[in-house]
Write a protein that binds this ligand. Sequence first.
Ligand SMILES: *[C@@H]1O[C@H](CO)[C@@H](O)[C@H](O)[C@H]1NC(C)=O
Ligand SMILES: *[C@@H]1O[C@H](CO)[C@@H](O)[C@H](O)[C@H]1NC(C)=O
Ligand SMILES: *[C@@H]1O[C@H](CO)[C@@H](O)[C@H](O)[C@H]1NC(C)=O
Ligand SMILES: *[C@@H]1O[C@H](CO)[C@@H](O)[C@H](O)[C@H]1NC(C)=O
Length: 412
Amino acid sequence: MESISTFHFKRLNDYTFIIFFLPCFLCQDCPSPSPSIPLVPEVLTFLDQRLAVVYPIIQTFKNTITSDPFNITSTWIGSDICNYIGFYCDHPPDNDTAIALASIDFNGFELSAPTLDGFIDQLPDLALFHANSNKFSGTISPKLAELPYLYELDVSNNRFSGTFPVAILGMKDLSFLDIRYNFFSGRVPHQVFMQRLDVLFLNNNNFVQKLPENLGSTPAIYLTFANNKFTGSIPRSIGDLSSTLTEVLFLNNLLTGCLPYELGFLREARVFDASNNLLTGPLPCSLGCLEKIEQINLAGNLLYGQVPEVLCALGNLVNLTLSNNFFTRVGPLCRKLIKSGVLDVRRNCIHYLPKQRSVHECLMFFLHPRFCPRPLSYNMIPCSVTPWRHNPRTSWKRNSSAYDALMRHRLL
Ligand SMILES: *[C@@H]1O[C@H](CO)[C@@H](O)[C@H](O)[C@H]1NC(C)=O
Ligand SMILES: *[C@@H]1O[C@H](CO)[C@@H](O)[C@H](O)[C@H]1NC(C)=O
Ligand SMILES: *[C@@H]1O[C@H](CO)[C@@H](O)[C@H](O)[C@H]1NC(C)=O
Ligand SMILES: *[C@@H]1O[C@H](CO)[C@@H](O)[C@H](O)[C@H]1NC(C)=O
Protein backbone atom coordinates (compact mmCIF):
# COMPACT_ATOMS: atom_id res chain seq x y z
CA MET A 1 0.00 0.00 0.00
CA GLU A 2 1.45 3.34 -1.04
CA SER A 3 1.41 6.35 1.15
CA ILE A 4 -1.07 9.03 0.18
CA SER A 5 1.31 11.82 0.91
CA THR A 6 1.50 12.47 -2.81
CA PHE A 7 -2.05 13.63 -3.37
CA HIS A 8 -2.80 17.07 -4.74
CA PHE A 9 -5.91 19.14 -4.91
CA LYS A 10 -6.74 20.97 -8.08
CA ARG A 11 -9.68 23.28 -8.06
CA LEU A 12 -11.98 22.99 -11.10
CA ASN A 13 -15.01 24.90 -9.92
CA ASP A 14 -16.78 25.37 -6.63
CA TYR A 15 -17.82 21.76 -6.31
CA THR A 16 -15.29 19.70 -8.17
CA PHE A 17 -11.78 18.74 -7.24
CA ILE A 18 -9.27 16.38 -8.64
CA ILE A 19 -6.98 14.26 -6.61
CA PHE A 20 -4.04 12.46 -8.18
CA PHE A 21 -3.09 9.17 -6.67
CA LEU A 22 -0.67 6.42 -7.21
CA PRO A 23 -2.54 3.83 -9.24
CA CYS A 24 -3.10 1.22 -6.59
CA PHE A 25 -4.39 3.52 -3.94
CA LEU A 26 -8.03 2.59 -4.42
CA CYS A 27 -7.41 -1.02 -5.17
CA GLN A 28 -6.40 -3.16 -2.21
CA ASP A 29 -5.61 -6.39 -3.97
CA CYS A 30 -3.93 -5.45 -7.23
CA PRO A 31 -0.37 -6.61 -7.79
CA SER A 32 2.47 -4.25 -7.05
CA PRO A 33 2.94 -1.85 -9.92
CA SER A 34 5.96 -2.52 -11.98
CA PRO A 35 8.31 0.47 -11.96
CA SER A 36 7.91 0.84 -15.71
CA ILE A 37 4.17 1.70 -15.50
CA PRO A 38 3.73 5.48 -15.45
CA LEU A 39 1.59 7.06 -12.74
CA VAL A 40 -2.05 7.30 -13.80
CA PRO A 41 -4.05 10.02 -12.05
CA GLU A 42 -7.31 8.94 -10.34
CA VAL A 43 -9.97 11.59 -10.73
CA LEU A 44 -12.25 12.08 -7.75
CA THR A 45 -15.12 14.54 -7.75
CA PHE A 46 -16.46 15.63 -4.40
CA LEU A 47 -19.87 17.10 -3.59
CA ASP A 48 -18.23 19.80 -1.56
CA GLN A 49 -14.77 21.03 -0.78
CA ARG A 50 -15.29 20.11 2.87
CA LEU A 51 -15.55 16.46 1.84
CA ALA A 52 -12.40 16.70 -0.27
CA VAL A 53 -10.58 17.99 2.79
CA VAL A 54 -11.57 15.07 5.01
CA TYR A 55 -11.04 12.40 2.34
CA PRO A 56 -7.29 11.95 2.93
CA ILE A 57 -7.83 11.99 6.71
CA ILE A 58 -10.27 9.10 6.43
CA GLN A 59 -8.01 7.16 4.07
CA THR A 60 -5.03 7.61 6.36
CA PHE A 61 -7.09 6.35 9.29
CA LYS A 62 -8.33 3.42 7.22
CA ASN A 63 -4.73 2.35 6.71
CA THR A 64 -4.17 2.20 10.48
CA ILE A 65 -7.07 -0.20 11.05
CA THR A 66 -5.71 -3.61 11.95
CA SER A 67 -8.94 -5.54 12.23
CA ASP A 68 -12.30 -5.11 10.52
CA PRO A 69 -14.37 -8.27 10.94
CA PHE A 70 -17.44 -6.92 9.15
CA ASN A 71 -15.55 -5.46 6.19
CA ILE A 72 -16.84 -2.01 7.00
CA THR A 73 -13.82 -0.23 5.56
CA SER A 74 -14.32 -1.91 2.19
CA THR A 75 -17.05 0.69 1.65
CA TRP A 76 -14.68 3.57 2.40
CA ILE A 77 -13.71 3.95 -1.23
CA GLY A 78 -14.10 6.79 -3.68
CA SER A 79 -15.40 10.30 -3.31
CA ASP A 80 -18.89 9.51 -2.03
CA ILE A 81 -17.94 9.85 1.62
CA CYS A 82 -21.56 10.42 2.63
CA ASN A 83 -22.28 6.82 1.65
CA TYR A 84 -19.36 5.20 3.46
CA ILE A 85 -20.75 2.91 6.14
CA GLY A 86 -20.53 4.74 9.47
CA PHE A 87 -20.26 8.24 8.01
CA TYR A 88 -23.08 10.78 7.83
CA CYS A 89 -23.20 14.15 6.09
CA ASP A 90 -25.26 17.22 6.77
CA HIS A 91 -25.25 20.96 6.27
CA PRO A 92 -22.73 22.44 8.68
CA PRO A 93 -23.97 25.11 11.12
CA ASP A 94 -21.91 27.83 9.44
CA ASN A 95 -23.17 27.31 5.87
CA ASP A 96 -26.65 26.08 4.89
CA THR A 97 -25.63 25.24 1.35
CA ALA A 98 -22.45 23.30 2.11
CA ILE A 99 -22.29 19.54 2.72
CA ALA A 100 -19.95 18.30 5.40
CA LEU A 101 -19.08 15.19 7.37
CA ALA A 102 -21.29 15.79 10.40
CA SER A 103 -21.32 12.54 12.30
CA ILE A 104 -19.70 9.18 12.66
CA ASP A 105 -21.40 6.11 14.07
CA PHE A 106 -19.09 3.11 14.38
CA ASN A 107 -21.18 1.42 17.08
CA GLY A 108 -20.55 -2.30 17.10
CA PHE A 109 -18.11 -2.34 14.16
CA GLU A 110 -15.36 -4.01 16.23
CA LEU A 111 -12.66 -2.08 14.40
CA SER A 112 -9.16 -2.15 15.86
CA ALA A 113 -6.79 0.78 15.58
CA PRO A 114 -3.94 1.86 17.84
CA THR A 115 -5.23 5.41 18.11
CA LEU A 116 -7.89 7.86 16.94
CA ASP A 117 -5.36 10.71 17.03
CA GLY A 118 -5.07 12.40 13.68
CA PHE A 119 -8.51 11.16 12.74
CA ILE A 120 -11.49 12.59 14.60
CA ASP A 121 -9.51 15.62 15.77
CA GLN A 122 -8.94 16.48 12.08
CA LEU A 123 -12.61 16.38 11.05
CA PRO A 124 -13.58 20.02 11.56
CA ASP A 125 -17.35 19.70 11.08
CA LEU A 126 -17.86 16.67 13.29
CA ALA A 127 -20.78 17.00 15.69
CA LEU A 128 -21.19 13.39 16.86
CA PHE A 129 -18.72 10.59 17.29
CA HIS A 130 -20.15 7.28 18.46
CA ALA A 131 -17.88 4.26 18.61
CA ASN A 132 -19.35 1.84 21.15
CA SER A 133 -17.85 -1.65 21.03
CA ASN A 134 -14.74 -1.22 18.95
CA LYS A 135 -11.14 -1.93 19.88
CA PHE A 136 -9.68 1.53 19.72
CA SER A 137 -6.90 2.28 22.14
CA GLY A 138 -4.36 4.92 23.09
CA THR A 139 -5.40 8.22 24.54
CA ILE A 140 -7.93 10.85 23.50
CA SER A 141 -6.25 13.69 21.61
CA PRO A 142 -6.31 17.11 23.31
CA LYS A 143 -6.96 18.54 19.82
CA LEU A 144 -10.51 17.25 20.07
CA ALA A 145 -11.25 20.35 22.12
CA GLU A 146 -10.69 22.43 18.98
CA LEU A 147 -13.63 20.91 17.09
CA PRO A 148 -16.23 23.64 17.23
CA TYR A 149 -19.37 21.53 16.75
CA LEU A 150 -18.63 18.31 18.63
CA TYR A 151 -21.29 17.73 21.25
CA GLU A 152 -21.59 13.95 21.56
CA LEU A 153 -18.63 11.71 22.28
CA ASP A 154 -19.15 8.01 22.85
CA VAL A 155 -16.03 5.86 23.05
CA SER A 156 -17.63 3.27 25.33
CA ASN A 157 -16.46 -0.33 25.38
CA ASN A 158 -13.08 0.26 23.77
CA ARG A 159 -9.55 -0.13 25.06
CA PHE A 160 -8.69 3.40 26.07
CA SER A 161 -6.47 3.69 29.09
CA GLY A 162 -4.57 6.27 31.10
CA THR A 163 -6.12 9.00 33.14
CA PHE A 164 -9.41 10.70 32.42
CA PRO A 165 -8.98 12.44 29.04
CA VAL A 166 -8.35 16.08 29.92
CA ALA A 167 -9.24 17.09 26.36
CA ILE A 168 -12.82 16.79 27.51
CA LEU A 169 -12.41 19.67 29.95
CA GLY A 170 -11.79 21.96 26.98
CA MET A 171 -14.99 20.96 25.19
CA LYS A 172 -17.37 23.68 26.25
CA ASP A 173 -20.35 22.48 24.25
CA LEU A 174 -20.10 18.77 24.93
CA SER A 175 -23.44 17.50 26.17
CA PHE A 176 -23.02 13.71 25.94
CA LEU A 177 -19.96 11.92 27.26
CA ASP A 178 -19.84 8.14 27.39
CA ILE A 179 -16.48 6.62 28.32
CA ARG A 180 -17.84 3.56 30.16
CA TYR A 181 -16.22 0.15 29.71
CA ASN A 182 -12.66 1.29 29.13
CA PHE A 183 -9.53 1.13 31.28
CA PHE A 184 -9.39 4.71 32.47
CA SER A 185 -7.89 5.03 35.92
CA GLY A 186 -7.00 7.65 38.50
CA ARG A 187 -9.33 10.52 39.20
CA VAL A 188 -12.18 12.21 37.38
CA PRO A 189 -11.30 15.94 37.42
CA HIS A 190 -13.81 17.95 39.43
CA GLN A 191 -14.17 20.38 36.49
CA VAL A 192 -16.14 17.71 34.62
CA PHE A 193 -19.03 18.33 36.97
CA MET A 194 -19.06 21.98 35.96
CA GLN A 195 -19.48 21.21 32.26
CA ARG A 196 -22.80 21.42 30.51
CA LEU A 197 -23.25 17.66 30.19
CA ASP A 198 -26.68 16.08 30.00
CA VAL A 199 -25.25 12.59 30.07
CA LEU A 200 -22.13 11.42 31.88
CA PHE A 201 -21.40 7.70 31.80
CA LEU A 202 -18.26 6.77 33.74
CA ASN A 203 -19.19 3.24 34.75
CA ASN A 204 -16.91 0.21 34.40
CA ASN A 205 -13.52 1.89 34.50
CA ASN A 206 -10.86 1.89 37.20
CA PHE A 207 -11.50 5.28 38.76
CA VAL A 208 -10.26 5.36 42.34
CA GLN A 209 -11.18 8.42 44.38
CA LYS A 210 -13.60 9.99 46.81
CA LEU A 211 -16.84 11.00 45.15
CA PRO A 212 -16.26 14.66 44.27
CA GLU A 213 -17.91 17.12 46.67
CA ASN A 214 -19.03 19.27 43.75
CA LEU A 215 -21.00 16.43 42.17
CA GLY A 216 -24.04 18.62 42.68
CA SER A 217 -22.74 21.14 40.13
CA THR A 218 -23.43 18.93 37.13
CA PRO A 219 -26.57 19.59 35.11
CA ALA A 220 -26.56 15.92 34.04
CA ILE A 221 -29.81 14.05 33.66
CA TYR A 222 -28.13 10.62 33.57
CA LEU A 223 -25.07 9.87 35.71
CA THR A 224 -23.31 6.54 36.13
CA PHE A 225 -20.43 5.96 38.53
CA ALA A 226 -21.12 2.22 38.78
CA ASN A 227 -18.43 -0.47 38.85
CA ASN A 228 -15.43 1.66 39.76
CA LYS A 229 -13.70 2.26 43.08
CA PHE A 230 -15.31 5.46 44.23
CA THR A 231 -15.04 5.96 47.99
CA GLY A 232 -16.35 8.43 50.55
CA SER A 233 -19.99 9.28 51.03
CA ILE A 234 -22.65 10.57 48.68
CA PRO A 235 -22.15 14.34 48.95
CA ARG A 236 -24.95 16.52 50.28
CA SER A 237 -24.57 18.65 47.18
CA ILE A 238 -26.48 15.94 45.29
CA GLY A 239 -29.59 17.75 46.50
CA ASP A 240 -28.68 20.65 44.20
CA LEU A 241 -29.67 18.45 41.26
CA SER A 242 -33.33 18.63 42.17
CA SER A 243 -34.59 19.85 38.83
CA THR A 244 -32.40 17.75 36.54
CA LEU A 245 -31.06 14.45 37.82
CA THR A 246 -33.29 11.64 36.57
CA GLU A 247 -31.19 8.51 36.87
CA VAL A 248 -28.05 7.95 38.93
CA LEU A 249 -26.10 4.76 39.44
CA PHE A 250 -23.49 4.38 42.19
CA LEU A 251 -23.63 0.60 42.42
CA ASN A 252 -20.59 -1.59 43.04
CA ASN A 253 -18.21 0.96 44.47
CA LEU A 254 -16.74 1.43 47.94
CA LEU A 255 -19.00 4.21 49.17
CA THR A 256 -19.25 4.65 52.93
CA GLY A 257 -21.14 6.89 55.33
CA CYS A 258 -24.84 7.58 55.66
CA LEU A 259 -27.36 8.59 53.00
CA PRO A 260 -27.79 12.37 53.02
CA TYR A 261 -31.18 13.89 53.79
CA GLU A 262 -30.72 15.99 50.62
CA LEU A 263 -31.49 12.94 48.45
CA GLY A 264 -35.11 13.77 49.13
CA PHE A 265 -34.77 16.93 47.04
CA LEU A 266 -34.36 14.96 43.79
CA ARG A 267 -37.86 15.54 42.54
CA GLU A 268 -37.05 14.41 38.98
CA ALA A 269 -35.36 11.16 40.02
CA ARG A 270 -36.71 7.96 38.45
CA VAL A 271 -33.81 5.61 39.16
CA PHE A 272 -31.48 5.61 42.16
CA ASP A 273 -29.10 2.69 42.62
CA ALA A 274 -26.35 2.64 45.23
CA SER A 275 -26.40 -1.11 45.78
CA ASN A 276 -23.32 -3.09 46.82
CA ASN A 277 -21.45 -0.40 48.66
CA LEU A 278 -20.66 0.09 52.34
CA LEU A 279 -23.37 2.63 53.08
CA THR A 280 -24.80 2.61 56.57
CA GLY A 281 -27.38 4.39 58.72
CA PRO A 282 -31.17 4.49 58.41
CA LEU A 283 -33.06 5.54 55.30
CA PRO A 284 -33.88 9.25 55.43
CA CYS A 285 -37.63 9.83 55.51
CA SER A 286 -36.99 12.55 52.92
CA LEU A 287 -36.91 9.73 50.35
CA GLY A 288 -40.70 9.88 50.64
CA CYS A 289 -40.52 13.07 48.56
CA LEU A 290 -39.22 11.31 45.45
CA GLU A 291 -42.55 11.59 43.68
CA LYS A 292 -41.28 10.28 40.35
CA ILE A 293 -39.06 7.50 41.60
CA GLU A 294 -39.62 4.14 39.94
CA GLN A 295 -36.61 2.08 40.97
CA ILE A 296 -34.53 2.27 44.13
CA ASN A 297 -31.85 -0.31 44.75
CA LEU A 298 -29.84 -0.17 47.98
CA ALA A 299 -29.22 -3.90 48.32
CA GLY A 300 -25.94 -5.13 49.75
CA ASN A 301 -25.12 -2.29 52.14
CA LEU A 302 -25.03 -1.86 55.93
CA LEU A 303 -28.31 0.02 56.24
CA TYR A 304 -30.53 -0.48 59.28
CA GLY A 305 -33.64 0.81 61.07
CA GLN A 306 -37.19 0.88 59.76
CA VAL A 307 -38.08 1.07 56.11
CA PRO A 308 -39.98 4.40 56.11
CA GLU A 309 -43.66 4.02 55.31
CA VAL A 310 -43.55 7.28 53.32
CA LEU A 311 -41.15 5.57 50.95
CA CYS A 312 -43.43 2.59 50.44
CA ALA A 313 -46.29 5.00 49.75
CA LEU A 314 -44.66 6.44 46.65
CA GLY A 315 -47.04 5.96 43.77
CA ASN A 316 -44.58 5.28 40.96
CA LEU A 317 -42.38 2.70 42.65
CA VAL A 318 -42.03 -0.50 40.68
CA ASN A 319 -38.90 -1.85 42.36
CA LEU A 320 -37.56 -1.15 45.84
CA THR A 321 -34.71 -3.56 46.51
CA LEU A 322 -33.30 -3.46 50.04
CA SER A 323 -32.07 -7.04 50.41
CA ASN A 324 -28.80 -7.84 52.20
CA ASN A 325 -28.89 -5.04 54.73
CA PHE A 326 -29.75 -4.89 58.45
CA PHE A 327 -33.23 -3.36 58.45
CA THR A 328 -35.27 -4.35 61.48
CA ARG A 329 -38.84 -3.23 60.76
CA VAL A 330 -41.40 -2.67 58.02
CA GLY A 331 -44.87 -1.11 58.40
CA PRO A 332 -48.16 -2.12 56.77
CA LEU A 333 -47.64 -0.18 53.51
CA CYS A 334 -44.24 -1.73 53.00
CA ARG A 335 -45.66 -5.18 53.71
CA LYS A 336 -48.14 -4.64 50.91
CA LEU A 337 -45.22 -3.93 48.59
CA ILE A 338 -43.49 -7.10 49.73
CA LYS A 339 -46.63 -9.04 48.85
CA SER A 340 -46.90 -7.44 45.43
CA GLY A 341 -43.23 -8.16 44.68
CA VAL A 342 -42.16 -4.50 44.53
CA LEU A 343 -40.19 -4.49 47.81
CA ASP A 344 -37.44 -7.02 48.42
CA VAL A 345 -36.19 -7.18 52.02
CA ARG A 346 -34.66 -10.64 51.99
CA ARG A 347 -31.59 -11.15 54.20
CA ASN A 348 -32.23 -8.36 56.69
CA CYS A 349 -32.97 -8.53 60.40
CA ILE A 350 -36.77 -8.36 60.28
CA HIS A 351 -37.31 -11.41 62.47
CA TYR A 352 -41.05 -11.80 61.74
CA LEU A 353 -40.43 -12.12 57.97
CA PRO A 354 -39.04 -15.16 56.12
CA LYS A 355 -35.58 -15.40 54.54
CA GLN A 356 -33.82 -13.12 57.06
CA ARG A 357 -30.28 -13.14 58.44
CA SER A 358 -29.58 -15.26 61.49
CA VAL A 359 -30.11 -13.75 64.93
CA HIS A 360 -26.41 -14.15 65.55
CA GLU A 361 -25.44 -12.26 62.43
CA CYS A 362 -27.77 -9.42 63.37
CA LEU A 363 -26.50 -9.33 66.94
CA MET A 364 -22.92 -9.09 65.80
CA PHE A 365 -23.82 -6.18 63.52
CA PHE A 366 -25.64 -4.21 66.21
CA LEU A 367 -22.87 -4.79 68.77
CA HIS A 368 -20.98 -1.96 67.09
CA PRO A 369 -22.65 1.36 67.81
CA ARG A 370 -23.21 3.34 64.61
CA PHE A 371 -23.94 7.02 64.19
CA CYS A 372 -24.88 9.30 61.36
CA PRO A 373 -24.27 13.04 61.35
CA ARG A 374 -27.36 15.21 61.75
CA PRO A 375 -29.49 12.40 63.25
CA LEU A 376 -32.63 14.56 63.38
CA SER A 377 -32.54 15.02 59.62
CA TYR A 378 -33.55 11.38 59.17
CA ASN A 379 -37.09 12.12 60.32
CA MET A 380 -37.55 15.31 58.35
CA ILE A 381 -39.74 15.30 55.26
CA PRO A 382 -39.06 18.31 53.02
CA CYS A 383 -42.36 18.11 51.15
CA SER A 384 -46.01 17.60 51.91
CA VAL A 385 -46.66 13.91 51.55
CA THR A 386 -50.01 12.25 51.31
CA PRO A 387 -48.90 8.88 52.60
CA TRP A 388 -52.14 7.00 51.96
CA ARG A 389 -52.18 7.42 48.22
CA HIS A 390 -52.72 4.26 46.26
CA ASN A 391 -51.77 5.04 42.72
CA PRO A 392 -51.99 2.11 40.35
CA ARG A 393 -48.61 0.40 39.97
CA THR A 394 -47.37 -1.02 36.76
CA SER A 395 -44.94 -3.85 37.20
CA TRP A 396 -43.50 -3.99 33.71
CA LYS A 397 -39.90 -2.96 33.48
CA ARG A 398 -39.49 0.71 32.63
CA ASN A 399 -36.83 1.96 30.25
CA SER A 400 -33.72 3.27 31.88
CA SER A 401 -30.87 4.90 30.00
CA ALA A 402 -28.60 4.56 33.02
CA TYR A 403 -29.28 0.84 33.43
CA ASP A 404 -28.75 0.36 29.71
CA ALA A 405 -25.29 1.86 30.29
CA LEU A 406 -24.45 -1.14 32.47
CA MET A 407 -24.62 -3.28 29.36
CA ARG A 408 -21.37 -3.31 27.48
CA HIS A 409 -22.95 -2.94 24.07
CA ARG A 410 -25.14 -0.02 23.17
CA LEU A 411 -28.69 -1.12 22.52
CA LEU A 412 -29.88 -0.03 19.13
C1 LIG B 1 -14.64 -9.80 4.30
O1 LIG B 1 -13.85 -9.84 3.14
C2 LIG B 1 -12.97 -10.95 3.11
C3 LIG B 1 -12.05 -10.80 1.92
O2 LIG B 1 -12.67 -10.08 0.90
C4 LIG B 1 -13.80 -12.23 3.09
O3 LIG B 1 -12.94 -13.35 3.10
C5 LIG B 1 -14.68 -12.27 4.31
O4 LIG B 1 -15.55 -13.38 4.27
C6 LIG B 1 -15.52 -11.01 4.42
N1 LIG B 1 -16.20 -11.02 5.71
C7 LIG B 1 -17.45 -10.63 5.85
C8 LIG B 1 -17.99 -10.68 7.25
O5 LIG B 1 -18.14 -10.22 4.92
C1 LIG C 1 -21.11 27.74 1.47
O1 LIG C 1 -20.83 26.51 0.87
C2 LIG C 1 -20.96 26.50 -0.55
C3 LIG C 1 -20.77 25.08 -1.01
O2 LIG C 1 -19.56 24.56 -0.57
C4 LIG C 1 -19.93 27.46 -1.12
O3 LIG C 1 -20.07 27.50 -2.52
C5 LIG C 1 -20.13 28.84 -0.53
O4 LIG C 1 -19.10 29.69 -0.95
C6 LIG C 1 -20.13 28.77 0.98
N1 LIG C 1 -20.48 30.04 1.54
C7 LIG C 1 -19.72 30.68 2.41
C8 LIG C 1 -20.24 31.98 2.89
O5 LIG C 1 -18.67 30.21 2.79
C1 LIG D 1 -35.67 -5.21 40.96
O1 LIG D 1 -34.35 -4.79 40.73
C2 LIG D 1 -33.39 -5.79 41.07
C3 LIG D 1 -32.02 -5.16 40.92
O2 LIG D 1 -31.87 -4.51 39.70
C4 LIG D 1 -33.60 -6.98 40.17
O3 LIG D 1 -32.64 -7.98 40.46
C5 LIG D 1 -34.98 -7.52 40.36
O4 LIG D 1 -35.23 -8.57 39.46
C6 LIG D 1 -36.02 -6.43 40.15
N1 LIG D 1 -37.32 -6.90 40.55
C7 LIG D 1 -38.41 -6.77 39.80
C8 LIG D 1 -39.67 -7.28 40.39
O5 LIG D 1 -38.37 -6.26 38.69
C1 LIG E 1 -39.16 2.59 25.96
O1 LIG E 1 -38.33 2.52 24.82
C2 LIG E 1 -39.03 2.12 23.66
C3 LIG E 1 -38.01 1.95 22.57
O2 LIG E 1 -37.04 2.96 22.61
C4 LIG E 1 -40.10 3.17 23.33
O3 LIG E 1 -40.80 2.77 22.19
C5 LIG E 1 -41.05 3.28 24.51
O4 LIG E 1 -41.97 4.31 24.26
C6 LIG E 1 -40.29 3.60 25.78
N1 LIG E 1 -41.18 3.56 26.91
C7 LIG E 1 -41.16 4.49 27.86
C8 LIG E 1 -42.14 4.27 28.98
O5 LIG E 1 -40.41 5.44 27.87
